[in-house]
Design a protein around this ligand. Structure first.
Ligand code: PHE
Length: 509
């Protein structure tokens, strides 16, 4: 039925009979169609309606059978009632003509104490008469499509005698503008209508102020980017310069050797680090353009000497250092490779007093580790890295700085634990109490860069450098309440979460 026809049919039915129950007046028309027609009429105030949801109960084939012939147990009782001598099981099956009815029926009849078994093994009735409640229930459901006792109905459903389904119907009343014809409605007031005066008698379609605007899906910042931009803001307001982190590939020299990670260190194993297969090797370290006059060769030799023999007060690792190993290309395992490069460049600068000026550097970018991937680890993550170079810095100064830095993220009451990094001494892991987890969690790694690392770059002895690093993922997951890293990165990410995740204020809970 086209919707227009149905709407007119409804008006005519309502004219004879108001209020009108749709399930009674239009039993064969699907309720979404009825609703469509009603909404059209209701928007013109021609009808009003309420929706009525109800469950309708319907007999299963076995239920139908019971309604017609009685329950299995009643049929067994009935067959035995007329047999004065009692019946054997075979005779009973013959009398009823359905083995299944006998099998289920005799069991139930026993439980009801309607029948008993004599010593000769025959079944006999144990009562004069019975009341077949199940049959009555089936008949009630058959005629009313419902059952007054919901618990009993659920029980009958479990016994597979009855099923229920949802029926939506509408109780329809005449509206203020009820009529038998649907008036034409105008959506626009036209010049013609004004000229002819027809606007006076026209019916205008009402505005639907409840209509929602269409969803717009412009690009959205990834939650990691939102946290990243907050952290950048913190660094900038504390006077940091951003380091260039656009090269994911580094040489072993900058990623490891300048940081005094010995060439046998497990971190340099293929199991932990991704090596580039083509090309395999970097050129000798050099500047990016001709304006860079730094003496990379001297630096290279200094690094080699510290590893091999020791220098600048260090006894070295005392192994034959390999230039080839140092030139191997790797996906950077930490952004400290860039910090080393930046500090080397700082050593070449001259401030007003002819010495390298104090500097504050930071970066937030991707690093790679050959890890087995699980709920909390990916083979790549983002590292937040900071470096402060100044004269006569102390470890106490580092701790004070951390209080201020993490305080700006709303993280307070820091705890420190001695740790080891080949490039810092002392080194400290930074912990904070996590209220949700009820324990201290590691939030970062830090330390004072080693003298032999800084002096081999040419930095003055009294220039000290703090460094620290943390992952960007950890605070992001805590902020957004995510426990599985794969909800944040990779192919399982829910795009709606990306679109709808709120902006972050790190200092606000
Ligand atoms: N590179 C360290 C890491 O990957 C972080 C760090 C940077 C530690 C600078 C000390 C100094 O965890």
């Amino acid at each position: 039925t086209p919707a227009g026809d149905l709407a007119t049919q409804i008006l005519h039915a309502l004219d004879k009979n108001s209020p009108l129950l749709s399930s009674a007046a239009f039993p064969t028309i699907p309720s979404p169609d009825v609703k469509g027609a009603l909404d059209r009429l209701a928007s013109r105030d021609m009808v009003k309606y309420e929706t009525i949801d109800r469950e309708e109960a319907i007999l299963e084939p076995e239920g139908e059978q019971i309604a017609a012939n009685g329950s299995h147990e009643a049929r067994v009782f009935e067959a035995l009632r007329t047999a004065v001598e009692g019946l054997t099981i075979q005779e009973l099956e013959k009398a009823i003509g359905d083995k299944n009815v006998v099998k289920i029926g005799q069991g139930r009849a026993f439980r009801e104490k309607w029948i008993s078994k004599t010593q000769d093994g025959k079944f006999r009735v144990a009562k004069d008469s019975i009341k077949d409640t199940t049959q009555e229930q089936m008949q009630t459901i058959q005629s009313t499509k419902s059952y007054p006792d919901p618990k009993m109905l659920a029980d009958l459903k479990k016994r597979k005698l009855v099923r229920t389904h949802k029926i939506i119907s509408f109780n329809i009343h005449k509206g203020e503008k009820f009529a038998l014809q649907i008036p034409e409605v105008a959506t626009d007031l036209t010049a013609d209508m004004i000229a002819s005066g027809s606007w006076r008698s026209a019916t205008f379609k009402g505005y639907n102020f409840k209509a929602l605007g269409a969803d717009q899906h412009p690009g959205a910042l990834h939650p990691l980017n939102k946290v990243r931009s907050e952290l950048r803001q913190i660094f900038f307001e504390m006077g940091f310069q951003e380091m260039p982190t656009d090269k994911f590939v580094e040489s072993g020299f900058w990623n490891f050797d300048t940081l005094f990670v010995p060439q046998q260190h497990p971190a340099r194993d293929m199991q932990d680090t991704f090596y580039v297969s083509d090309p395999k090797e970097a050129d000798m370290p050099r500047g990016e353009d001709s304006s860079d006059t730094a003496d990379y060769k001297t630096y290279w030799d200094n690094v080699k000497d510290v590893h091999q023999e020791g220098k600048y007060g260090s006894i070295g690792y005392r192994y034959p250092w390999s230039g080839e190993e140092s030139r191997k290309l790797v996906l950077r395992t930490h952004t400290t490779a860039i910090s080393a490069n930046m500090l080397y460049k700082l050593a070449q600068q001259k401030g007003p007093d002819g010495r390298p000026p104090p500097a504050r550097y930071f970066s937030i970018d991707r690093v790679f580790r050959n890890e087995s991937v699980d709920a909390t680890h990916l083979a790549e993550f983002h590292q937040v890295e900071g470096v402060i170079a100044d004269y006569d810095l102390t470890l106490g100064g580092l701790m004070e700085f951390m209080d201020i830095f993490f305080g700006k993220m709303g993280i307070t009451d820091l705890k420190y634990k001695c740790a080891y990094n080949p490039y810092t001494e002392p080194s400290m892991e930074i912990f904070s109490y996590h209220k949700g987890l009820g324990k201290l969690v590691e939030i970062g790694n830090s330390g004072m860069f080693r003298a032999e690392m800084l002096e081999s770059m040419g930095l003055p002895k009294d220039m000290r450098v703090f460094g620290w690093g943390l992952s960007l993922e950890r605070p992001t997951m805590i902020k957004y309440g995510i426990s599985n890293i794969r909800e944040l990165l990779g192919h399982k990410v829910d795009l709606n979460f990306m679109r709808n995740s709120p902006a972050v204020r790190l200092d606000k809970e």
